[in-house]
Write a protein that binds this ligand. Structure first.
Ligand SMILES: Cc1cc2nc3c(=O)[nH]c(=O)nc-3n(C[C@H](O)[C@H](O)[C@H](O)COP(=O)(O)OP(=O)(O)OC[C@H]3O[C@@H](n4cnc5c(N)ncnc54)[C@H](O)[C@@H]3O)c2cc1C
Length: 384
């Protein structure tokens, strides 16, 4: 293998980085994952994830973790309701006569992380390691972390997410603002803290769309209701709005104004104090982005191709990157690491470009005046 006797540093223990670590360890590679989180028990925010057959689920299959996935996925969590702002229901997969096809099964982020972590050899993940910088040393890199530690690696793989600190060592291509800013909210113990919406969502997902705005909801197995507002705003709206996003009341005041024509039942989102709120302006990269291949450095997942979540592809792409990169580095078809990375990047960038294009289409569609009509057409396989 081109990676025999090489020390590999994966920076970032998200789904992409951990999947890659597992797949490389199955081939006896020398891998460490440097993760910013303090330890494995840090609360994992964000909605449930649907895994797709050819990408997320294929990665778990190759990692030998399908049985673990089956023990932890959440049947029926993908059942969708489509609503307008007045709570009129246009589609309800809970009520449908047709049997529900679980073709994109849902798993929460925390159990997915746990499954991947438990599949790794002891001490693979070096917690509390926030990457700060690196410099070339011998044939590889010396990486520096905020806690003062430094480690050498022959190969560095960036899995450190959308605001990757490693990406600039490979390319200076900047992300492009999509035109939509989301606010993510996680309401803990939502059966008590947002009971009407908890009943409405019924363990599944809701897309509420109207007036160029979106409200997306999903539940998690731990009783959390996650929601995302989606609004067309300026790129710097988060900074310029004057809202303190740590102050729930200020965000609620904004919501009441911005979503003033929506049913008042949605105010329940801000009723309790058991909530975390994170503003998330949505960015993507140019469809034709590319860079010169490095001999010992590459990217995967959001570090390579961040995009809005409106096609539900982010985690699936990250996990597909992981298995394709692992395959290239271990299949003995390449003469050296650089040609293995080059082939991986060529295919990854093409695939990411196609998926980004679909995602941007969905982003526009869900924030257009006739969003519901278009979404229903899309589900029925009709042209929009
Ligand atoms: C609001 C929102 C909703 C989404 N919904 C969906 C969805 O429904 N379906 C879907 O498929 N995808 C969704 N995504 C996208 C999905 O979360 C990402 O695409 C996916 O998690 C990418 O995986 P990753 O491993 O590349 O990065 P991440 O999951 O971002 O993981 C990066 C890891 O690196 C660590 N890290 C970051 N910086 C450093 C550093 N400097 N040093 C060390 N470690 C570091 C982080 O702590 C983290 O553990 C959504 C994203 C957002 C923002």
């Amino acid at each position: 293998m081109v990676i025999d006797n090489k020390k590999i540093a994966i920076v970032g223990g998200g789904p992409g980085g951990l999947t890659l670590a597992r797949l490389l360890q199955l081939k006896n590679a020398d891998v460490k994952v440097y993760e910013r989180d303090e330890n494995k028990d840090v609360r994992v925010q964000g909605a449930t994830l649907d895994l797709h057959e050819e990408s997320g689920l294929e990665a778990l299959r190759r990692a030998g973790l399908t049985d673990k996935f089956k023990e932890n996925y959440r049947p029926n969590a993908g059942k969708l309701k489509i609503l307008d702002k007045k709570l009129n229901i246009f589609l309800d997969e809970h009520a449908s006569e047709e049997s529900y096809a679980e073709d994109r099964p849902e798993i929460d982020r925390a159990p997915l992380r746990k499954i991947l972590l438990e599949s790794l050899q002891a001490e693979t993940v070096v917690w509390d390691s926030q990457f700060i910088s690196m410099e070339k040393q011998n044939e590889g890199w010396l990486l520096h972390f905020k806690n003062g530690n430094s480690y050498y690696a022959d190969i560095v793989i960036a899995g450190d997410g959308a605001n990757s600190k490693i990406r600039p060592y490979l390319t200076d291509i900047k992300p492009i603002y999509s035109g939509v800013t989301m606010i993510e909210g996680n309401i803990y113990n939502a059966e008590i803290n947002a009971p009407k919406l908890w009943n409405l969502i019924n363990g599944g997902k809701i897309f509420a769309l109207d007036h160029n705005q979106s409200l997306l909801f999903s539940t998690k197995g731990d009783g959390t209701l996650t929601f995302y507002t989606g609004c067309k705003t300026d790129e710097n709206w988060v900074k310029n709005s004057g809202i303190d996003f740590n102050n729930k009341q200020q965000v609620f005041d904004w919501f009441k104004k911005e979503f003033s024509t929506w049913d008042k039942n949605f105010h329940e989102l801000f009723q309790s104090d058991e909530i975390s709120i994170i503003p998330r302006p949505q960015y993507h990269y140019a469809l034709d982005q590319h860079w010169e291949t490095s001999e010992n450095l590459t990217l995967l997942g959001d570090a390579a191709h961040r995009m809005p979540p409106y096609a539900g592809e982010g985690v699936n792409m990250a996990m597909q990157d992981a298995f394709e990169l692992a395959e290239n580095l271990t299949n003995n078809e390449f003469q050296n690491i650089k040609s293995a990375i080059s082939n991986y990047e060529k295919n990854m960038l093409k695939r990411a470009s196609e998926i980004t294009e679909i995602t941007l289409f969905n982003t526009e569609m869900l924030h257009a005046p006739n969003a519901i009509e278009n979404l229903l057409k899309m589900f029925q396989g009709e042209e929009i």
